[in-house]
Design a protein around this ligand. Structure first.
Ligand code: NAD
Length: 477
């Protein structure tokens, strides 16, 4: 057990409806001050095996549970989340350093919404029936089985529940492996599911390091779905582990998304959209980290951007007035700094920031903008508060630059012309395109990436397509 901001968090695994302590532990550190928060159970093959076994045993009864009852339980989980929004917000902020104000008013209410949305979607899931020469085709959505869900640290509970809610709604049982830098809210969610009355073994959590837990989990022949959000290198390892069993995979990976600012854009809006890319201290997969700006407005855009971004308040994420918190972990901070130092050595012009925030120390990194970026900083995902700015002269050039990446997660356009928006959007390689807006996400819409940003889509029917085995039953007249 650990107590964080007055909230008691169990530090064990959650397997088969029971807390399972571990002889081996790892230290979870807060990015706010790099002090230890808790000693967390560190699992391995044994715990992964036990959790899959518990989930496999719980599966037949859960799969047979009526849709109405599954939906009722998901709403009960949402009620439990809503009752504990402040606890969840406090613990998540201490664990990953993201802003308390966004956890309180944005993220945690959305976590509850994730359960409600998929509960309701389940109840409206269509049964498509059609006829072939007098025969009836009946299409049904059968639960697939044990689902292994592996999630990152940048929005721990939000990203986990995008997977947990549809997997449970579909009738699957779940083994969650949270990121080792942010293990705490998954443990609180286990308490909430138990209080809501979810049967033992339907939801399990194994804590620990990626390869030690994730390795055996993703190679397990009884796992019927793997849903992963994280980096491209880990995705490759997981795909290789899943290969021998041909386990279906959903992969939500990284990005290097563009924000294209045309000269006909509302420049105030364009600047606001660009500054928003520093949200979560830049640790957002969807962030438009490449600012592509039409030459004729580039000077004015840059001046206004630098002026506005310089006013962002960096500091303790527990303070409601803070705009930018710390990087999640010392290792990540150093990785971000490595990119920045190499960019400078490559001759990039520092337009803003360009290093750690020495006034604050610790893991606080200054919002940074580079002009004339070199190849690495303009093409690799930094996953920190680091943007690049490049200019273009024609629409053709803008599209080519936007697509010049191995990723394809998202793109944002700022333009005053709906015709241009339509033309450009149709040519962009991206799972989501935002026109004159950013980060608006509706769970009914497909979400995912093209190219190396991912495989598959989540949201609405697409989530159920993934978590179910679709069956067509053909009946003679
Ligand atoms: P990561 O790949 O290092 O880790 C993600 C998870 O995978 C963690 O739980 C980790 O423990 C686990 N893992 C590590 N090695 C493993 C292995 N061999 N087998 C199984 N699991 C293993 O990623 P990260 O650093 O936690 O997250 C940052 C990355 O996630 C960025 O690339 C970011 O763009 C991406 N991301 C994508 C989305 C999206 O929706 N597309 C959302 C958020 C983050």
């Amino acid at each position: 057990m650990a107590t964080i901001a007055g909230v008691t968090v169990d530090t064990g695994h959650w397997i088969g409806g029971e807390r399972v302590p571990s002889a081996e532990t790892f230290t979870d550190v807060s990015p706010i001050d790099e002090r230890p928060l808790a000693e967390i159970a560190s699992g391995g093959a044994r715990e992964a095996e036990a959790a899959v076994d518990a989930a496999r045993k719980a599966f037949p009864a859960w799969a047979r549970t009526s849709r109405e009852e599954r939906a009722r339980l998901l709403h009960a989980i949402a009620d439990g989340v809503e009752k504990r929004i402040e606890d969840l917000a406090q613990v998540e902020t201490h664990d990953n350093g993201a802003l308390i104000r966004s956890h309180r008013r944005g993220v945690m209410p959305r976590v509850a919404h994730n359960f409600r949305f998929f509960a309701d979607w389940l109840l409206n899931l269509g049964h498509e029936d059609f006829e072939t020469r007098g025969h009836t085709n009946h299409v049904s959505w059968d639960p697939a089985g044990v689902s292994a869900l592996i999630t990152p640290w940048n929005a721990p509970l939000m990203l986990a529940t995008w997977k947990i809610a549809p997997a449970l709604a579909a009738g699957n049982t779940v083994v969650l492996k949270p990121a080792e830098w942010t293990p705490l809210t998954a443990s609180l969610l286990a308490d909430i599911t138990a209080e809501a009355g979810l049967p033992a073994g339907v939801f399990n959590v194994v804590q620990g390091y990626g390869a030690q837990v994730g390795g055996p989990l993703t190679a397990h022949p009884d796992v019927r779905r793997i849903s992963f959000t994280g980096s491209v290198p880990t995705a490759r390892t997981i795909a290789a582990a899943a290969g021998p069993n041909l386990t279906p995979l959903s992969l939500e990976l990284g990005g290097k998304s563009p924000l294209i600012v045309f000269a006909d854009a509302d420049l105030d809006l364009a600047v606001d959209l660009a500054v928003e890319q520093y949200d979560n201290a830049g640790q957002v997969c969807l962030a438009a980290t490449r600012l592509l700006v039409e030459s004729s407005v580039a000077d004015e855009f840059t001046a206004r951007f630098v002026e506005k971004a310089s006013r962002l308040k960096q500091g303790d994420p527990r303070d409601e007035t803070t705009d930018i918190g710390p990087q999640v972990h010392r290792r990540h901070f150093e990785r971000v700094d490595g990119f920045v130092q190499r960019a400078k050595a490559d001759g990039a012009t520092t337009l803003l920031g360009g290093g750690p925030n020495d006034d604050l120390g610790g893991l606080f990194y200054r919002p940074t903008l580079f002009g004339t970026p070199g190849t690495e900083i303009a093409s690799e995902e930094v996953f920190g508060p680091v943007l690049t700015l490049q200019t273009f002269d024609t629409e053709e050039q803008a599209v080519a630059m936007a697509n010049e990446t191995r990723f394809g997660l998202a793109a944002t356009l700022a333009t005053g012309s709906p015709e241009r928006a339509e033309r450009v959007t149709s040519r962009l390689v991206a799972g989501t395109v935002w026109v004159n807006c950013f980060f608006v996400r509706d769970l009914r819409a497909p979400f995912g990436g093209s190219r190396q940003s991912g495989v598959g889509r989540e949201g609405g029917d697409w989530s159920f397509d993934f978590y179910c085995d679709l069956k067509n039953t053909v009946t003679a007249p």
